[in-house]
Design a protein around this ligand. Structure first.
Ligand code: BJW
Ligand code: ZN
Length: 245
């Protein structure tokens, strides 16, 4: 490791060690090493559709079966995925901190599977299904789901219980995430392109509150130049090194 990078990592380790209250924001990149494709960048496409075209209520209204086929494809991929050393390092960090909140944009459930406890899911959960009429929500882990599009017991069309573009986040979740960031001494931003809002707004919120922000991502993001430390590389390698006591 080059000398400058080593020094930067050592400083970041010191901040992690010292912080009694930690918040973490994760995105698709933390699951990349588990084999779950990210949304943007290479491998982020499905049948040449972009997520911005598919992940909308309009796309679901237009063609619910097509959307469900996309979700069946992703559910199958995710069902075979296991938490990687990045997910596990966050479990270890949570066990050492009196206050720890893991805010994730991911719907894959890999943080739960790894054993993280205080997880806020900003964009829902791919294993949850919700009725478009009566609002009932239930867990269904079958892969593949038969008889698409899925329906509720009441007969109405059901949808993935996931936040699509133009839809609000689950009730109350935003204020809990913002409170956790404001309370934190350290904010780790891992594997997100930081282009989807309101999630990305947590980063300037932390910076405005003088919370130390460490970004972990092989690529630059719109916030890389503003954060206190940007560590370039895969989360599955960097997080275990940072968290090791
Ligand atoms: C690695 C790695 C490795 C790779 N290690 N890293 C302000 C400004 C502009 C627009 C808006 C705004 N506020 C709201 C909007 C609109 C919109 C939005 O943000 N649009 C932008 C795209 C322009 N936002 C919304 O619509 C949100 N709702 C909303 O604002 O509601 C308001 C409202 C209020 C009241 C009533 C009604 C409405 C909702 C956003 C929902 C996002 N949903 C999705 C899809 C869910 C579907 C599904 O999963 O099935 O969530 S979009 C998609 O992007 C998904 C992700 O959670 C999200 C973020 O992506 P993420 O996680 O960052 O992944 P990638 O792929 O982008 O990046 C991966 C990163 O990993 C890369 O940087 C890699 O380099 C890195 N990486 N390998 C570490 N090994
Ligand atoms: Zn129903």
């Amino acid at each position: 490791m080059p000398e400058a990078r080593k020094k930067e990592s050592q400083e970041a380790r010191g901040w992690i060690e010292a912080a009694d209250s930690v918040a973490v924001l994760t995105g698709a990149g933390i699951s990349a090493e588990s084999g779950v494709p990210t949304f943007r960048g290479t491998g982020g496409l499905w049948r040449s559709f972009r997520p911005e075209e598919l992940a909308t209520p309009e796309a679901f209204r237009r063609d619910p079966k097509l959307l469900w086929e996309w979700y069946n494809w992703r559910r199958e991929l995710i069902s075979k995925a296991l938490p990687n050393p990045g997910h596990k390092a966050l479990v270890e960090l949570e066990s050492r901190k009196p206050r720890f909140t893991l805010i994730t944009q991911n719907v894959d459930g890999l943080h739960d599977l790894a054993g993280s406890k205080n997880v806020l899911k900003l964009h829902g959960d791919i294993w949850q299904i919700r009725c478009t009429k009566c609002g009932k929500s239930w867990t269904d882990r079958r892969v593949p789901l038969p008889d698409l599009p899925a329906h509720c017991d009441c007969g109405a069309l059901a949808r993935p219980d996931i936040v699509w573009f133009g839809e609000p986040l689950p009730a109350g979740i935003w204020s809990r995430a913002a409170d956790a960031v404001e309370d934190a001494r350290l904010f780790l931003v891992v594997g997100t392109s930081a282009v989807v809002y309101p999630a990305a707004d947590l980063i300037p919120l932390a910076l405005a509150r003088k919370v130390k922000v460490i970004e972990i991502n092989p690529d630059e993001t719109p916030f890389s130049a503003e954060v206190d430390c940007a560590l370039a590389g895969p989360a599955g390698e960097i997080l275990p090194r940072l968290v090791a006591s």
